[in-house]
Every structure is written in C-alpha cells, then in structure tokens.
Design a protein around this ligand. Structure first.
Ligand code: 2IT
Length: 447
C-alpha cells in the first residue's frame, strides 16, 4: 500500500471532508511500513475497505422550541467498522457537526476501541443541533425527536451510542427514555453513560479524564519524569476537562488554566475542589462561557477574552475540548514557554502541523485515540455490567480502567519504540489499533 496513492483517491472521492481526510492521512502514513510487511493485507485490500464506513444513516430531526416555533436539524449515525464488535461511539451535538466530522470521529473510534482490549467496533453520530442557550425542555424535546429516528438502527448487540461534545448524562437520560418508549425493550445496554440508578457505570462521567491522567503518568514515568508538582493547562470546561482536573489535582499536579470559546481563565494557585464542582454548574447552564468561572471566583481565576489555554505557561498541555484546537502557532508558544508534554484528551485535538512541531522539538506527545480511550473503555465496562445485570463498585471500575490504560500504553510502546529508545506514541497507537482491526477483517473474509 502506498499511503499517498490511497489518500489521493480518497481526496478525489470525498473532497471537502477535511477532518476525515486529516484523520485518515495520519493513520495511513504511520501504518504504511508495518502494513507492507503483510502481503496478505494488501491482497485482501484491507486498507481500501477500512477507510469507508460500513454504512451511514442521515435523517431529519424536527422539534418545537420554547416559543412554539418548529425547528429542523440534521441527524447522523456513522457505523464505521464492526470487525471486532458492535458499533460503539458517542453522539456529538454541536452546531458545526457535519458528515466529515462524524466520519473522522468514527474512523478514530475504530482504532481507539481496538486499543481498549474490549470487543467494540467503531461508530459515531450526532447532530448540528446547538445546545448553547437552549432550555432543559428544549434539550429534552430535541433528544426525543432525535431518538424517534435513531432507535431502529441501534441495539445493545448492534450499535451502542454514548455521549460526546454536547451530550452528557442529562441527554443520555432523555435519549434512553425515548428509546424504551419506542422499542419496548428495557435492555439498558443500548446506550452508555447512563445514570447510576438505571444501569450507568460508576465512574463513567470521570473516566475519560481519569484514564487520560493515568496515561499521562505512564508517558512521564517512561521518560523518567513525574506528574506531581507539574503545572497543567486544560482547554474546555466540559465533562472531559472536569475529570482531567480532578485526577490531575489528586495526583499532585496544579491545573493553572481552563478555557472556553470566549477565552481563558488563568488559575495561578491551581484549581480548587469548589471550582471543579462549579464546572458542572457551568456545563448544565448551556451558556458555554468560561468567564463564568472568573465571575464566581474573582480572586482565584483571571479571565482573558479571546485567548486560548495555550497562552498560559505550563509544563503539560492537555487539549480537552475539540478537534484542531491546538495549532502550529500554539505549539510554538507552548514550547517557548517551557512545555515538556502535550497529550490530546480531545479527539484529534492538535493539527498535523502542531504534532510535527512537538515531535521535532522532542516534546512528549501522545494522540487522543490512546490518551482518551478510558472513556469508551469504561463504556465497554458499562455494557458488560448491563449484559450481566450487575453493578461494580467504583473501586472495581477504577482498577479495570487503570489496567486498560496501562495496557494501551504498553501497546504504544510495543509498536512505537524508536532506535533511540524514545516512543513515537502516534505511530504506536495507530499501528497497534490498526493491526487488531486488520487481522479481524482478514479472518472474516471479503465482506
Ligand atoms: O470519543 C469518545 O471516545 C467518546 N465520545 C466516548 C464514546 C463512548 O462510547 O463512550
């Protein structure tokens, strides 16, 4: 396989799908060498098949807002790859959602899920519905209308959605309620990220951030460094940033920045428990403004409009919000300010140029599909608990999450170790995930 040729064909076939093409290029370029050691993959046209989703559903979602006006949005579910298990992946509600974004996310999810050690295929869905400024009732009506279409395409053994940007426990509750009403099936395993009293896994809300910090810890320890005492800048203030802030603080690091679309809050003395709790209030308000933190805690947090988290001096940068939120200039600014490690907690949080800038400068860098896999892994654990009709304690889930993150790190080291002993985590994660999916596809024949 020649990555460049396959990419040229993909670009011609899907012009304008910038995010998807970016995600595909990163994977193909890093797996090319290993792939070409396997003529059986080439013969079975594995990579040509892998870059196309199994199927895509698109549908209209019509709902009524609080003023009584009729609104129409687009809904999608991309069932990307089922080689190693039922489709699994989140739903994103964000005004910029389009097919390119969900295809990139579904593609990434396929390899990420393979890394978790659990039997889950890759999928992703969502809508261009914008939750900002919506009331709870509007969120509920939208979720119900969305499920009115989606329910026929999902199921506990076929496709199991969860949350992503704009979809948290509240939205999963509304979606699940409507699913039950329509399907008359009461199997909780059809969605993950549920509430604790109705089949949700303890620790699922925290899991993406917790898992990320367990991974960061492995990256630092492997490089002979320590997390304790380091300063950390996080972007965003949603579910992922929240979990990351809790665990970073617990492990002795100091979270000195969080951010939002409106700007950045610098927190010189480190984020406190009260501030972390307030992140939940900010998310539930649907205002999407990080300035609210500075308004609530004026002595501790200093808000600057229009600036990113990457303008704050930190040892470790953790993008926790959106794809391509850290670009080449941001990477240069961080490096100039002494940053030694950047781990993507958001999916494809860094542009390709930013990653190359970090790698060239010898900054420790790890990609989202390894770093943030603890979220979907804990969703996989939730599916297991639902299928077995039991609930594990927080300690049990946390122990499994720790083991999974350590196994993902090992897989990255196995495939990403360079001659000088350092680790290329991008290559390691891509090759490890790819090999598992490719082998499964090969063994299942030409389908
Ligand atoms: O990007 C992701 O891995 C998620 N949004 C979580 C997916 C899941 O099924 O828990």
């Amino acid at each position: 396989m020649k990555a460049n040729e396959i990419m040229a064909a993909l670009e011609a076939k899907h012009p304008g799908e910038a995010e998807f093409l970016q995600a595909a290029r990163e994977v193909l370029e890093t797996v090319e060498e290993e792939y070409n050691k396997h003529p059986e993959f080439e013969k079975a046209k594995i990579v040509e098949r892998m870059v196309e989703p199994d199927r895509i559903f698109t549908f209209r979602v019509t709902w009524v807002d609080d003023k009584g006006e009729i609104q129409t949005n687009l809904g999608y579910r991309v069932q990307f790859n089922s080689a190693i298990g039922p489709y699994k992946g989140g739903l994103r509600f964000h005004k910029a959602v389009n097919l390119s974004m969900l295809k990139f996310l579904g593609f990434e999810q396929t390899f990420k899920n393979a890394l978790t050690t659990l039997p889950m295929g890759g999928g992703k869905g969502g809508s261009d519905f914008d939750p900002v400024g919506k009331s709870n009732e509007e969120i509920m009506r939208f979720c119900q209308a969305f499920m009115l279409e989606l329910w026929r395409n999902i199921g506990p053994d076929t496709d199991v959605p969860a949350g992503d940007v704009g979809v948290g426990g509240r939205e999963i509750g509304f979606l699940y309620g409507m699913y039950k009403k329509l399907a008359r099936e009461y199997n909780t395993g059809v969605l993950t990220g549920k509430g604790e009293t109705w089949g949700g896994s303890i620790l699922r809300p925290e899991a993406t951030g917790f898992g990320a910090l367990y991974f960061v810890n492995h990256v630092l320890e492997t490089a002979g460094q320590k997390l304790a005492g380091k300063t950390v800048a996080l972007s965003g203030f949603g579910n992922v940033a929240w979990g990351a802030a809790i665990k970073a603080t617990e492990l002795g690091a100091k979270v000195v920045a969080i951010s939002g679309p409106d700007g950045v809050c610098e927190i010189k003395d480190g984020i406190t428990k009260e501030m972390i709790d307030y992140m939940l209030v900010m998310r539930a308000s649907n205002r999407n403004k990080v300035q609210d933190m500075a308004d609530k805690f004026p002595a501790a947090a200093k808000f600057t409009a229009g600036k990113k988290a990457w303008s704050i001096k930190c040892d470790i940068a953790l993008p926790c919000a959106f794809q391509n939120e850290l670009n080449e200039n941001d990477a240069k600014e961080l490096i100039a300010n002494g940053t030694m490690c950047c781990c993507e907690v958001s999916n494809m949080g860094c542009t390709a140029e930013a990653i190359h800038t970090f790698q060239k400068a010898g900054i420790l860098f790890a990609p989202g599909k390894a770093v943030n896999a603890g979220g979907v892994a804990t969703s996989g654990l939730e599916m297991t608990q639902n299928a077995a009709h039991l609930a594990w304690s927080g300690e049990e889930v946390d122990a499994k999450l720790k083991w999974i993150m350590s196994s993902i790190h090992e897989q990255c080291v196995r495939y990403g170790k360079k001659a000088d002993g350092t680790i290329d985590y991008v290559k390691g994660a891509n090759v490890a995930g790819f090999m598992k999916v490719a082998t499964a596809m090969l063994e299942q024949g030409t389908i």
